[in-house]
Design a protein around this ligand. Sequence first.
Ligand code: FAD
Length: 474
Amino acid sequence: MIRSTPGIGVFVTEAPTAAFARLVRRDPPRRTPVLFDTVCVLGGSIAGLLAARVLADHSRELVIVERDHLEPAVSPRPGTPQDRQVHGLLPGGLAQLERWIPGITQDIRSLGGVVLTSQEVDMYVDGVEQLQSGDTSLLQCSRPLLESALRRRVLALPNVSALSAQATGLTYRDDAVSAVRYVTEGAEREMAVDFVVDAMGRASKLSDWLEQGGYTRPTLHRMQTGVHYATAMFDRSGTDLDLRFTGARFPMLPGPGGLSVGLITPIEDDQWMIGLTVYGDSQPPRTLEEFRSLCDKLPEPFGKAASGTVTREVLTFRQADSRRRDFTGLTRFPARVVSVGDAAISLNATYAQGMSSAALHASCLSEYLGGEPDLAAPAETYFSLQKTAMDAVWAVSAGADAARTEILQGIEVPDEVQRQRWKMGQLALASATDETVAEALKAVGYMFAHPDTLTDPALIERAVAVNRRVTAGG
Ligand SMILES: Cc1cc2nc3c(=O)[nH]c(=O)nc-3n(C[C@H](O)[C@H](O)[C@H](O)COP(=O)(O)OP(=O)(O)OC[C@H]3O[C@@H](n4cnc5c(N)ncnc54)[C@H](O)[C@@H]3O)c2cc1C
């Protein structure tokens, strides 16, 4: 598919696969012009920290405004209640983290994080074990450890500082954001800024603040998911199991006990973190007994790992929907403001895309600012690139969620959609036995490639041929 993308004063025509391939590159940015005196990033979590890292190259001073007190570190932080659930970092996201913060993998490893190779991964889809090949690295650690390692590196940059404050609004001048309003220690204050990044997560108030300034609200799209998560942690030191990451996914129909996904990951302090996910009316396990009984129904090492000493009891979390805000094509929008991470797109966490998607937004920012954009105009080039990244991740998770709902509820879908799903089904089936198909699917799932790469007719033909051979017993 080819479409038009607004560039700097001209319209360039670019396939989303090509734009996506640029965003996932790993080399340092070619151009880092200093464009600003003061930049303010609202929200100091994963997306805010990565945006701050990129913007530090383009500004003399950068301030991260975060409402939580970050020292001493507590988990869960009130601002990130999700941080006690399993947080898998996709290999594509890890590559982006290394792009922006070289050596971060080693930092996290030295704090107890675990790096696994593809050969140390077991993945089951509907009970069928998937082929694992290639030499991809997977970094396993808890979300608080990842965030604190990132924060340490970003705050060590000479022009970056953190301000403990609650952002409360924006001030505009000449159709551009000119200041950030915030409350700290009970007092209201204002900071003059040249550029603002909204990294306030899925409950961001940016849309309200834009409307209050007389601007158009970005369009909010929601998809009901009703996902329940349950995570518990177990001692790994006494277990005689290999260090393995294991995932079991039941793509369309609920698995045992209503289970949709089970993940087991070795993390710091010699622990297993196990996460289980159920949808809709199914209830997540809330007691240790319920948790262990569900793990016993999954492939090993779930049962064995959950039989060890519990180091943190079962904690549950519910997310009602996936949502995205579309900032393109708005009639009135101010200059010098963008949105990143969950504030722009918050996804069904079972696909583990959120942190990696936030890393792609950092790359969008880098490309936008490296092009020395017209800063008196809205950041259209940025939003357009970000839309490419958002469309790609949304297609993977919301596409699968829509299929799931329609199949479970017996909803009829148009022939074209059925054909597409049949093709994806052929790829999924062939990935259990064919390395080429498995690699293509993994590249998309791991966020190295755009999902449109899976529509290649040669790949589909290969999958169909592989499946025919397997069915015929060849
Ligand atoms: C249950 C669950 C499991 C998940 N699992 C995974 C996973 O396996 N892999 C993965 O990649 N992602 C996962 N995610 C998603 C991941 O948590 C987010 O995508 C990721 O944290 C990026 O979020 P963010 O930085 O945009 O926002 P958040 O992490 O939500 O942070 C927003 C920050 O903004 C601050 N803030 C908000 N309002 C203000 C204000 N007015 N003033 C100042 N500060 C403010 C908050 O305190 C917070 O620090 C999961 C999410 C959930 C809910």
